[in-house]
Write a protein that binds this ligand. Structure first.
Ligand SMILES: Nc1ncnc2c1ncn2[C@@H]1O[C@H](COP(=O)(O)OP(=O)(O)OP(=O)(O)O)[C@@H](O)[C@H]1O
Ligand SMILES: [Mg+2]
Length: 257
């Protein structure tokens, strides 16, 4: 995707839930390669906006463009195939499966061998299975979970589960990665390490990242630009320093910290 074309354009997006306007006429463009922060108080509409972008929740009105492609009519799996991956605020791991299996299953979206071939055990399927495991291990190495590859996911510490959720999203080989509160529940050391990891991942995979996060130092230190939502509305958009000193933001969000 050309660096001049925004990777994602959110145009006048509104999402209503009966009487409540969770996202209210929000517009912004995310540039290719940037780490873009999305912040705001609880209930501001951040997760709803992620759900709209990834096709889980259709917008009530407005347009979404991914490069030149309209996302409006697409199903979640179609949007994922275009190169958009996300993590969930409430983790969505397979608790009974191993760490490695969790990543391998996510990667299945990119496996082209049919189910029948897998069952019959053709050479192509076996080669792909091996490649999947190797690739999954490589990703686990990157997020610092390789030594726990055989552990059952639900037995991991909370911070490790968050990293596994990130590994699952990376397994889809996205161009655009949406992270919904990836540092929630982590201790300060883990938060610092995660911040470095997100930076490293962006550079290594040429990713664009949109990050929802409540931990202000992490957001300020990591993001190229930040959008601030309050009661569904976009109240500020700009570089961290400008957003930090914006009176509307201080009133709505930072003042409460
Ligand atoms: N499926 C739904 N049905 C009804 N209301 C919803 C639904 N999803 C979200 N909402 C409401 O929309 C508003 C925005 O919620 P959302 O989860 O997007 O906020 P958020 O910014 O992610 O908050 P938090 O920081 O707490 O995660 C809230 O008032 C929420 O109760
Ligand atoms: Mg949320």
């Amino acid at each position: 995707m050309s660096p001049d074309v925004p990777i994602l354009e959110v145009q006048n997006i509104t999402r209503r839930f009966s009487g409540l306007v969770a996202v209210n006429n929000v517009s912004f463009a995310v540039r290719t390669g940037e780490i873009f922060g999305l912040i705001g108080p609880n209930g501001a509409g951040k997760t709803t906006l992620f759900n709209v972008i990834t096709g889980l929740t259709p917008p009530s009105s407005g347009q979404l463009r991914y490069g030149q492609t309209s996302l409006n009519q697409l199903r979640p799996h179609q949007i994922a195939r275009l190169g958009v991956a996300r993590t969930f605020q409430n983790l969505r791991l397979f608790g009974n499966l191993s760490v490695l299996e969790n990543v391998a299953i996510a990667r299945h979206l990119h496996i082209h061998t049919g189910l029948v071939q897998s069952i019959v055990g053709t050479r192509a399927a076996k080669t792909e299975e091996r490649q999947t495991a190797l690739k999954a291990l490589e990703i686990l190495e990157l997020v610092g979970l390789a030594s726990k590859a055989e552990q059952t996911a639900r037995n991991l510490a909370y911070g490790d589960q968050r990293r596994l959720e990130l590994a699952r999203a990376l397994a889809l080989q996205p161009q655009l990665l949406l992270l919904d509160e990836p540092a929630a529940g982590m201790n300060p050391n883990e938060k610092g390490a995660l911040s470095q990891l997100i930076h490293q991942i962006r550079d290594r995979f040429d990713l664009t990242v949109i990050l929802i996060e409540h931990h202000v130092p992490l957001v300020m230190g990591l993001c190229d630009r930040i959008a601030v939502l309050d009661f569904g509305q976009l109240i500020a958009l700009g570089k961290p320093e400008a957003v930090r000193h914006d009176p509307a933001v201080i009133a709505a969000y930072l003042g409460g910290e």
